[in-house]
Unconditional design. Sequence first.
Length: 134
Amino acid sequence: MPALPAPDSKPVVLVVDDEPLIRMNIADAIDAAGLQVLEACDADEALHLLETQPRIDILLSDVRMPGSMDGAALAKVALSRWPSLRVLVMSGHAAGSGLADGVTFLPKPFPLPVLIDQLGKFTERPQAMASLRR
């Protein structure tokens, strides 16, 4: 498990996807963009991390996942408990309708630079991340 971030360190992104290769590819791109990454394979693991980690700035979750809830429900629960959390959900199956207010939708498949651009907007660091886009 990654080391805990210092309060003034780089933003922390929690990536939630049940497909290990997709999750790893996204996590690697986010790490290369200079952000800290935590990973979860389902909503239950994500909620555990949200409850136990001292800081998570952005939740990035797939919509369709097995377990007690899908990514849309996770987004709703997370925003109700941590209203300052930035939430981005992604899916190759849903059109982004029916999501909670404050949730940004990203359709899969997407080029990784599009994800990095969106994270740059969330972290207010678009210039710092621009050099990492390919």
